[in-house]
Design a binder for this molecule. Structure first.
Ligand code: ADP
Ligand code: MG
Length: 263
């Protein structure tokens, strides 16, 4: 799967999409993120690797405003986003500004999070219709376009339980695409899958990378990380211990910790 040529051929841009500066997050007095900074330009595919508990998911949750950092700054397109505690933890759904910000960022979780009592098409059209005010026909049209893109155009009338795990995760990716996000976050998108289903999901993510989408991905799939990322960050204990272009990071890691991790 390692094909640096595909990565090199992707369009590169200089415009900054997402930036985080010195993000710190505590849970019950324990500092889980100890000052994480990074930036993503349009078309960047940033992959975060690191052992379980190193803070990867918490960092992604700060980026889509599901968690409020104790300190630090998050900027979208150069505009600093300031949110108060009530906005992130209170009545977030009714908060117009938060809804607007979140509509720019699509998230795909490890556990798919599809609604089991709704068909795939209904799952994909809920947010566009009820949150973003699209017409039903528009929402269906776009849902079908993205189901086709992820390779399951024939599953729209099925319920999630009628799909394999890989198909469910591809449906969840299509659902994220339906809000027309400008950034996609993936939190261990293949960790809940049987090994034989991992490839079909990674292929879809790779396709999105090749389209030039801006993505931040956490994964334990090292070959995929090396193949797809434009920049790789190794998290350890709430900090970025090492980062760099994947060819550098994976072939000549600086720290014993990373050497050991990718072995
Ligand atoms: P990773 O995704 O790298 O496995 P996480 O970001 O999930 O790491 O977790 C980092 C640390 O923060 C872990 O020690 C975890 O137990 C803790 N943590 C994460 N979320 C919460 C929470 N909501 N409340 C308390 N502790 C949390
Ligand atoms: Mg995690």
């Amino acid at each position: 799967m390692n094909n640096p040529a595909a990565r090199e051929n992707r369009p590169r841009h200089s415009d900054l999409v997402l930036q985080a500066k010195n993000i710190k997050k505590n849970f019950n007095g324990t500092e889980v993120l100890k000052g994480v900074s990074f930036e993503a330009k349009r078309g960047d595919v940033i992959v975060i690797i690191g052992s379980s508990g190193s803070g990867k998911s918490t960092f992604l949750r700060c980026l889509n405003f599901l968690e409020l950092p104790e300190s630090g700054e998050i900027s979208l397109w150069g505009e600093k986003i300031t949110l108060n505690q009530k906005e992130t933890t209170g009545k977030s759904i009714s908060n117009k500004r938060l809804r607007h910000l979140r509509s720019k960022i699509g998230t795909v979780f490890q556990s798919f999070n599809l609604w089991s009592h709704m068909t795939i098409l209904e799952n994909l059209t809920q947010a566009p219709i009820f949150v973003h005010g699209k017409s039903k026909s528009e929402a269906k049209k776009s849902a079908r376009k993205y189901l086709k893109k992820v390779g399951i155009p024939d599953k729209e009338d099925n319920y999630p339980s009628e799909l394999s795990g890989g198909q469910q995760q591809r449906a969840a990716i299509a659902r994220a695409l339906c809000i027309e996000p400008e950034i996609l976050l993936f939190d261990e998108p293949t960790s809940a899958l049987d090994p034989e289903l991992v490839g079909e999901v990674l292929r879809v993510i790779k396709l999105l990378a090749e389209e030039g989408r801006t993505m931040i991905i956490t994964t334990h799939e090292m070959a995929f990380a090396r193949d797809v990322s434009s920049w790789t960050m190794f998290f350890e204990n709430g900090i970025i211990l090492e980062e760099g272009p994947p060819e550098k990071l994976f072939s000549s890691p600086n720290t014993a910790r990373l050497k050991n991790f990718i072995k």
